[in-house]
Design a protein around this ligand. Structure first.
Ligand code: 5RP
Length: 224
């Protein structure tokens, strides 16, 4: 069943799309709803759009719906990227990576003139950290990173598939989810993680989002 709040946000995001744009496509259930709405809208309004996807799944969905998906390296800059988030605060900072696409999502975001996030009302927080923070690590030495995080009280958990095997990202890395509910300075924490060899990316998206669409059952709030 379609989540009404996510759908409302996805429809509202169409207002950010114009003819001839290069559009970044996020990942996850809300971003997928947006991709569906975008494909319908592009057909109906006869828009010429070029899309860049943040995951193999989003690329496959968009292509199956007739959208033109190209590689990020085939274009100069993305006009607008529409993506979901797991948590967001009043400063438009957020946690992403629930769908394990954080690495490509962050690369696409930094190549975009404008980043628009779609969330439902349940994801808005006063402080980030209720959701586990995903960290993408290369497989080599990942147990050592895991042990380090454990020693520091961050309750790490390797993300697994339903059959219990370790989940691999699109770039064949692992995800370790950690508890950051006690961390006060998230900017500092994010840069500490970035200094750690073997950590490819983390799901703290700080100072990335330019506009936030918060979907409710029959209305949206846009914060920018
Ligand atoms: C994927 C993401 C998603 O955007 C995030 O997990 C939100 O997902 P959903 O829209 O399914 O709630 O960051 O890596």
């Amino acid at each position: 069943m379609v989540n009404k709040k996510k759908e409302t946000a996805a429809v509202a995001a169409l207002d950010f799309i114009e003819d001839n744009m290069i559009v970044g496509l996020g990942s996850g259930s809300t971003a997928s709803l947006f991709i569906e709405k975008l494909a319908e809208y592009a057909k109906q309004a006869q828009l010429t759009l070029t899309c860049v996807a943040t995951s193999e799944k989003s690329a496959a969905l968009a292509t199956s719906l007739g959208l033109n998906v190209v590689d990020l390296d085939d274009i100069d800059q993305i006009d607008v990227t529409i993506d979901g988030a797991d948590e967001v605060d009043a400063h438009l900072n957020g946690i992403k990576g629930g769908g394990a696409a954080l690495l490509y999502e962050k690369i696409v975001a930094q190549s975009s003139k404008r980043n628009v996030w779609l969330v439902d009302t349940t994801k808005v927080r006063e402080h980030l950290g209720q959701t586990k923070l995903p960290i993408e690590v290369i497989p080599f030495g990942s147990t050592h990173i895991f042990n380090y995080l454990k020693t520091h009280g961050l309750n790490p958990v390797f993300r697994r598939n339903v059959n219990k095997t370790l989940l691999e990202t699109d770039s064949v890395n692992y995800i370790i989810d950690i508890d950051i509910s006690e961390i006060k300075d998230l900017h500092q924490f994010g840069s500490d993680l970035e200094d750690f060899a073997g950590v490819v990316e983390h799901g703290l998206f700080l100072d990335v989002c330019d506009a936030l669409i918060i979907g409710d059952d029959d209305s949206v709030e846009i914060v920018q």
